[in-house]
Design a protein around this ligand. Sequence first.
Ligand code: ATP
Ligand code: MG
Length: 567
Amino acid sequence: MRFSKLFAPTLKEDPAEAEIISHKLLVRAGMLRKVASGIYSYLPLGFKVLNKVINIVREEMDKAGAEELLMSALQPAEIWQKSGRWAEYGPEMMRLKDRGNRDFCLGPTHEELITTIVMNEMLSYRQLPVTLYQIQVKFRDEIRPRFGLMRGREFIMKDAYSFDLNEKTLQESYKKMHGAYSRILERCGLEYRAVEAESGLIGGDVSQEFMVLADNGEEAIVYCDKCSYAANREAAKTAKTEGESDDFKLLEEVNTPERKTISEVSEFLRISPKNIVKTLIYQTEYGIKIVLVRGDREVNQEKLNRVIETDKVTLLSNEEFGRYSDLIPGYSGPVGLNNYEIIGDNEILSMRNFVVGANKKNTHFVNVNIERDFKVDKWGDFVFINEGDKCPSCGGILKITRGIEIGHIFQLGDKYSKALNATFLDENGERRFYTIGCYGIGVSRLVQATIEQNHDDKGIIWPIPLAPFKVIVIVLNTKDEEQNTIGENIYNGLLNKDVEVIIDDREESAGKKFADADLIGVPYQIIIGKRTKAGSKVELKTRKDNQKTEIPIEDAVEKVCLLLRAD
Ligand code: ATP
Ligand code: MG
């Protein structure tokens, strides 16, 4: 490829539309252009990288025994109505009508469609398991599309679906995908972690996310510094706390004038927030719920919703408090509140002699104990983990870091096969529901996440397997015939060896050429300048570490090929 012919409009300045470095660099390197919010076009260089990622994903999926197919992006409403997700998906789903006024959507995901395809073929147990995948554009009308390819409204996903006989064989299919995902991220040269996750709207019990570590990541990841425990902060569990052995002390009422918040009470009574139980009052479709967590904890709403079994949950507002004479804002507590269901976070089970509101203005109770002073109707785990907490697996200390979710693998079980009545024939000729798994990778997000992890102040540093070109031959002065000849010879030598190479033959300043080569992130640069005369040396620069070495002109091709083989 010749740079003079390449459609790669590089920019010197950061584009106003981009907030994070990886997005800025994609635009500046002439790889990506915005069409509308969350919608982008890939220019040739960007498309080259995207295809590199696609090839790696495809190779690893094939190796893991999955078969590629391509489903339609446009999907009829009926299959979504059967699963119940036509209503559930809400405004994130892009919906449209055909000329006959029939409802369709642009697929945000394909569980319903793939299940319909497979069930229509009436497979027998002998044909199972089967794992099918596609690499395709997805549509989600995200509430906040942002960070370029990270959260688009149209994006490219690899989605795979496994159909199994039972839970046991599903474990095998899941394991294969887990292995494939790990190899994909390793081949892309990325630092990542597989973490326990929440399944969200897709459903199912077991799921893991593959997180690429990055400071700008949207997700907080909790991991143990001693063992392999790692989880999305949304899903991280609290460690089982040892029951404190203190004796129950006498319940006492204390005066706490104008002390309403945990920090005010803790300061006033000179106790740690860990010795206070925070009482939160929720309005739900099933009435008022009293929720208790340790004073230093924040409620994880998604987890709590699951315990309460509804997502129609809001904290009681100040006006609403007025309607309940027994609920006192800032001074509520579980003692004596017998008219409502009390839901306790598991962690408070082991607390002794703690502080709660006394349901009276300016008053708290101290030395409160569960069972003796009040009962909890329902227990659950619904608080966020903090850095420094104990590891639920080994008791080590938990740390928090940030990551970008690149992949998510789920064991769905029979949720969709039951909803859609998807069955196969077992060895007795009887119909049985499929046990399904689904596995997604954000292919376009992966392109950008790679930059987030691999860049410097000059531009992108592509890991070799994703680089749009492996080598750039830079002829600093194209008016100099000798420089041109040397450059063209090396360029052709590399082409003959099937190296992906580009020659910068533009009539641009040396500064612009250096800057562009660094910006677009080509791993090796061969620089031909004034000092390069026939029979002398060229400069070889490694983008990753900026190392420069001089090598004889006639060795340049061989040397670069050796380096590429070693990488
Ligand atoms: P998120 O929590 O980031 O919204 P999700 O849970 O909705 O992700 P899945 O439905 O599991 O995502 O989709 C599989 C993969 O597709 C994700 O792991 C992510 O890499 C990618 N992905 C999801 N939404 C987007 C988006 N709006 N833009 C780009 N990639 C996306
Ligand atoms: Mg999402």
